[in-house]
Ligand binder design. Structure first.
Ligand SMILES: [Zn+2]
Length: 374
């Protein structure tokens, strides 16, 4: 039953694993591109797969409002609707609904809010969130939770976390177990060790197919995020996948893999691709910058994505300055390809017991900065 997870190898606290779902296998550590509204923005599904991504993320909140979960179900589920045959993880809608600070009201039962699309009054409860994710046919369903704000006092963080734990239990009861499908719980508790420990225990007592660390990458900074992982991860179940939500920049991912995280999602590579930012082995660069105007070289001569293989910095700069759609498409492709390159590198390094050397080389290259101008 459920989905399976095997730890194939370890290097220190880092894990090399494999998740088997109803729609295919995910090699971990894995990065999941974000497909908010049933599309990874500016990418064709087959192109997303070409980068090496094996699973994409869909957003419950956006899809419930438009086109509607029942409609997606009638049309054969999200895999068929968006033509992504591989695994899909859906978030619970909690993060987006909470961010509608003027438009929502939180109660024990869930969150009442107004649609930003047509103003309709709606309610999202833990049970409805699970039902929507079922209708979407998500391989991995996330528990409905409150993403604790930052900064937050310990007593407020405790109240928020305990509400999420009650919602997690309600969601678990509403979840229909099927072979190859799983439900993940989300550890909350902000940066407070006692609260994180309490949250891990509450979730482990309920029992989930995987465990996410939520409430990080909300402004606390990399040091506090790593500290929180350092005291939280050793307490989490060893035999289940661990997912760090909403993270992050390449260095965040490398540091979190080292600490034992198996899965990531972040809008950063796709969003940056639409704002002229490229992530590379040698740090970040902005193709809008005039220094690229006459540069015939690729973004990265070692990258074999279409943006780097077929096009110059000068051309990409021109596309961006001209606000041509192809500029966003090529940069998104490059960024996703680079993120998957990092994941391939991390998986290989863990397999070979060489994560320390790999990480040192990664950091050294990042510190070099972009190639000097011609
Ligand atoms: Zn590239």
């Amino acid at each position: 039953m459920s989905l399976t997870f095997d730890v194939l190898g370890r290097d220190g606290t880092a894990r090399r694993g494999r998740i088997k779902t109803a729609h295919g296998t995910i090699e971990t550590p894995a990065f999941m591109p974000v497909g908010t509204a049933g599309t990874v923005k500016a990418m064709m599904p087959a192109s997303v797969a070409t980068t090496g991504a094996e699973i994409v993320l869909g957003n419950t909140f956006h899809l419930m409002l438009r086109p509607g979960a029942e409609r997606v179900a009638t049309l054969g589920g999200l895999h068929k609707f968006m033509n992504w045959p591989g695994p899909i993880l859906t978030d619970s809608g909690g993060f987006q609904v909470m961010s509608l600070s003027d438009l929502r009201k939180i109660t024990e039962e869930g969150v009442a809010f107004r649609s930003h699309i047509d103003g309709a009054r709606l309610t999202l409860t833990p049970e409805r969130s699970i039902e929507i994710q079922h209708l979407l046919d998500a391989d991995i369903t996330m528990s409905f939770d409150e993403c604790t704000t930052w900064p937050v006092a310990e007593d407020a963080a405790a109240q928020s976390m305990r509400l999420s734990m009650r919602w997690a239990e309600m969601g678990k009861r509403a979840f229909t177990e099927r072979p190859g499908y799983g439900l993940f719980g989300i550890v909350q508790g902000s940066i407070f060790p006692k609260l994180r420990a309490e949250s891990v225990k509450a979730l482990a007592d309920i029992g989930f197919d995987g465990y996410a660390v939520g409430g990080l990458a909300v402004g606390e900074g990399q040091d506090r995020m790593f500290e929180t992982l350092d005291f939280t991860l050793p307490q989490m179940p060893q035999d289940r996948p661990r997912y760090l939500m909403g993270v992050g920049r390449p260095a965040d991912i490398v540091g979190a893999v080292k600490r034992g995280i198996d899965m990531f999602d972040c809008v950063m590579p796709t969003r940056a691709g639409r704002t002229a930012q490229a992530f590379t082995r040698r740090g970040e660069l902005n193709l809008r910058n005039a220094r690229h105007r006459d540069d015939p070289r690729p973004i990265d001569e070692h990258c074999d994505c279409p943006a780097c293989h077929d096009h110059s910095r000068a051309y990409l700069h021109h596309l961006i300055r001209s606000e041509e759609i192809l500029g966003a498409m090529l940069l998104t492709w490059h960024n996703l390809h680079y993120y998957q390159d990092i994941m391939r590198g991390l998986r290989g390094a863990i397999e070979q017991g060489a994560l320390g050397d790999w990480t040192a080389a990664f950091e050294k290259e990042q510190e070099l900065g972009d190639v000097p101008p011609l």
